[in-house]
Design a protein around this ligand. Structure first.
Ligand code: MG
Length: 431
């Protein structure tokens, strides 16, 4: 019987699975991966910077999970950097699969955002090496620009519509309307002043019955004041049961919504095909998807008209471009999530998908403040409601780290509202 050698699991290995598995096309190597956190609007933004050994060549990617940013930073610097330093940055697909599978258990939003930061930074590097914007690497434009929608939200109906009229005058054609209620109020709008239910255990609590009655009144008045020449949208923010969602959708039918967003919480997404079959208005869902597989199932299950993932939460540009292709073949449109808890780099990745995908539907727009433009030179600007991609190599967006340091991150306001929605009885409900 031959003698059996006892292998030392470390010393006797002549390769590591994350070493370069094939010859690199060019002699360029990743030398560092780190996270930069900055809050020029108060919301913590996380951006990953990937450096190389080639003079001046680096990339930026969005890893913004604003409620858990400390954890994302640790993931990037302690788990991702050791995997990819020394590797060729052009092997994006392999590096992203390596990052994903190295944890064995599939990632949630912390890991996916970290991997997204790496992924988008590698696409930025690829663009800079090719001397081309990322949208050309994706196959090139199929449209000149992405049409956007913007948020109008006031305490009262007339306040909301005053804002909407201002946005119409500034060129937008698509406007999301949110109007407040007493107490906690509707998502995306300040509450109406006063505490009208003093006898309730939680007097400021949210009242679903009041909401279901008020929402159609908002849109009836909107059509009176704004006319039929504007597209109107609304975000429920997951607060309804599947049956309540059907009641709301039917009540809004006369007002011809462009889409109705997040009618139920992700725990109830398996009911969406039923809800959609009974809904006379298009449904938009997906910002809370934390895996590309879950987002893909939203598309293939027949539960959505618009897929609106937060692309860093599903792992970055590489998985999101698969969703765009899937959407194209299932007759679903894209509406990528992009309010102020997406960095300008993430917003640029959204637009790269928007202008290259046949499945594009609409892009959520956010007007960044001046401080953000200072921290991130090249940040895209919405003009007359339209977003155009940069034509510089990569994303065409840089970061001024000295400026970023002047806006340190703290506890995000998002933490508070996400855990702050309670009913009149005091019980927490989905935000
Ligand atoms: Mg939303």
């Amino acid at each position: 019987m031959p003698e059996t050698a006892v292998l030392d699991p470390v010393a006797d290995r002549d390769f590591r699975t994350f070493d370069q598995p094939w010859p690199a096309r060019e002699d360029v190597r990743i030398t560092g991966v780190r996270a930069i956190v900055t809050a020029p609007e108060g919301t913590p933004l996380v951006v990953v910077r990937v450096d190389t050994d080639t003079d001046g060549l680096y990339g930026l990617g969005c890893a913004t999970f604003t409620q858990r940013w400390h954890a994302v930073v640790a993931f990037v610097e302690q788990h991702l950097a050791p995997l990819v330093v020394g590797r060729y940055p052009g092997d994006i697909g392999d590096l992203i699969r390596l990052a994903r599978f190295s944890g064995y258990w599939r990632e949630g939003p912390v890991g996916n955002n970290a991997i997204s930061g790496l992924d988008m930074a590698l696409w930025d590097i690829a663009g800079k090496r090719a001397g081309a914007p990322v949208h050309e690497l994706l196959g090139g434009k199929v449209r000149a620009a992405a049409d956007t929608y913007i948020h109008a939200g006031g305490a009262g109906v007339e306040d909301t519509l005053d804002q909407a009229e201002e946005f119409l005058a500034r060129g937008w054609r698509h406007i999301r309307l949110q109007s407040g209620q007493a107490g906690i109020g509707t998502y995306g709008a300040p509450p109406i002043a006063g505490v009208p239910r003093a006898g309730a255990p939680y007097p400021r609590g949210w009242n679903v019955g009041e909401y279901l009655a008020a929402a159609p009144q908002l849109f009836a008045r909107a059509r009176e004041r704004l006319g039929d020449g504007v597209e109107l949208l609304h975000d429920v923010h997951s607060r309804l049961t599947p049956k309540e969602a059907v009641v709301l959708a039917r009540s809004l039918e006369p007002y011809r919504l462009f889409f109705l967003e997040d009618v139920v919480a992700p725990e109830h997404w398996d009911r969406l095909p039923d809800v959609r079959a009974q809904s006379p208005v298009p449904l938009a869902v997906g910002e809370l998807a934390t895996s590309v597989s879950d987002a893909a199932r939203l598309i293939t299950s027949g539960g959505v008209d618009f897929i609106r993932s937060h692309i860093s939460a599903v792992g970055g540009l590489t998985p999101a471009k698969k969703l765009a292709v899937l959407a194209e073949f299932f007759g679903v449109k894209t509406a990528w999530h992009a309010p102020g808890d997406t960095s300008p780099v993430g917003a640029a990745a959204n637009v790269a998908l928007d202008v290259t995908s046949a499945a594009f539907g609409i892009q959520e727009g956010h007007v960044y403040n001046d401080a953000t433009h200072e921290v991130f030179p090249g940040t895209l600007r919405i003009v007359d409601g339209w977003l155009r991609p940069n034509e510089d190599p990569g994303w065409g967006i840089d970061i001024d780290e000295a400026a970023a340091a002047r806006f340190p991150a703290g506890l995000s306001g998002h933490d508070e509202w996400a855990a702050g929605v309670r009913g009149l009885d005091g019980g927490l409900i989905a935000p």
